[in-house]
Ligand binder design. Structure first.
Ligand code: UT7
Length: 339
């Protein structure tokens, strides 16, 4: 597992926060109308009650621009040095979506690139942003997590169609001091490519194209080995959280809020149990939005901030597990934000 932290004198400090959800609200009963599932199964097995789907014609970049604009406004900035977009559902396989997002935000000319680590994408992006700031390459970075999984999930695949939702969340990070509220501490990241088949879209890349195979319906859609992913997610998120707490010198009781990737309420509860942490410290947002992949953590932060669950100075740990497999955790103190 690779660990990074910002330099002792120059830290990445969160100074802006934004979010965007598409307008179409989809309830469990809406899904049960078209598929062999039920509100009761979805609620008890996942904790999810509603999610938002994009309307036809809306792409990931549209949500990313909305969240990014809100984060810039919250930071009181009209420009940044770099734009990072964590996503698994780019507008097109080529080019990356971040340059288009930067252009639409009035940031043409700035470096902009996508970060691809599925549901851990936001944490990978945080690590990159922190590195850019610590090295002096950037003073301000806009990091957006945005995904529209409704565009890649097979609506008839009940194992994943009930779990995912669309959305975007964003933060602005600025150069600051490690002791400031909002300063990002250590970021812990890991991956295991031997688990690539657990979460995948098989078609559309060089593997399938070079073989000249026409993709089947199943290969063209997202597929997930739910139970295996569940087990790895609990182990890896608990482990990464523990490592980050050790590095920053926090005991479980010192953590005010654990913001875990919002995939399944039972996963969050199992992580809390492994850490011996009260469930009350978990930020829970998946009941309203489902699993929004790279948007999951910044959307949960926006929700917790709006619900006044995050006071300035609160000790926060973020953790995620996703396709790749990838995982990670990060520690920060919560800033005082204009929203
Ligand atoms: O974002 C990246 C990280 N992703 C995750 O962390 C997701 C991790 N996985 C999960 O959250 C869960 O595995 C799922 C929510 C995807 C599935 O829940 P589960 O409790 O693991 O269900 P299961 O796959 O073990 O299936 C249990 C039963 C099966 O029926 P039988 O064989 O016991 O008769 C399934 O066919 O539930 C059935 N089932 C459903 N029933 C109603 C599976 N999906 C559904 C459904 N509605 N949507």
């Amino acid at each position: 597992m690779r660990t990074s932290r910002t330099s002792d004198t120059r830290a990445a400090v969160v100074c802006g926060l934004g979010s965007a959800l598409p307008g179409r609200l989809v309830t469990n009963d809406d899904l049960a109308a078209d598929m062999d599932t039920s509100d009761e199964w979805i609620r008890t097995r996942t904790g999810i009650r509603t999610r938002h789907f994009v309307e036809p014609g809306t792409a990931t970049s549209d949500l990313a621009v909305a969240a990014g604009a809100q984060a810039l406004g919250s930071a009181g900035l009209s420009t940044v040095d770099t734009v990072l977009l964590a996503t698994t559902t780019p507008d097109r396989p080529c080019p990356a979506t971040a340059p288009l997002v930067a252009h639409r935000l009035g940031l043409t000319g700035r470096p902009a690139f996508d970060v691809s680590a599925v549901c851990t994408g936001f944490l990978y992006g945080l690590s990159v942003a922190a590195g850019l700031i610590a090295s002096g390459s950037a003073e301000h970075v806009l990091l957006i997590g945005a995904d529209t999984f409704s565009t890649i999930v097979d609506p008839q695949d009940r194992a994943s169609a009930v779990v995912f939702g669309d959305g975007a969340g964003a933060v602005v990070l600025r150069a600051g001091a490690p002791e400031e509220h909002g300063a990002l501490g250590p970021v812990e990241l890991g991956s295991d490519g031997s688990l690539a088949d657990l979460i995948t879209v098989r078609a559309g890349g060089s593997e399938q194209r070079s073989a000249g195979r026409r993709p089947t319906r199943a290969d063209a859609h997202f597929a997930m080995a739910g139970q295996d992913v569940f087990a790895h997610a609990v182990t890896r998120m608990a482990e990464a959280t523990r490592t980050v707490m050790n590095r920053v010198g926090w005991k479980t009781g010192d953590v005010d809020r654990l913001v875990g990737h919002q995939a399944n309420l039972r996963i969050l509860h199992a992580v809390a149990e492994q850490l011996d942490m009260e469930r009350e410290r978990l930020v829970v947002h998946l009941d309203r939005v489902g699993n929004t992949a790279a948007a999951s953590i910044p959307l949960a932060l926006s929700h917790a901030c709006a619900a006044e669950e995050l006071a300035p100075g609160a000790r926060v740990v973020l953790t995620a597990f996703g396709g790749g497999a990838t995982w990670g955790a990060a520690a920060l103190t919560w800033p005082s934000l204009d929203r």
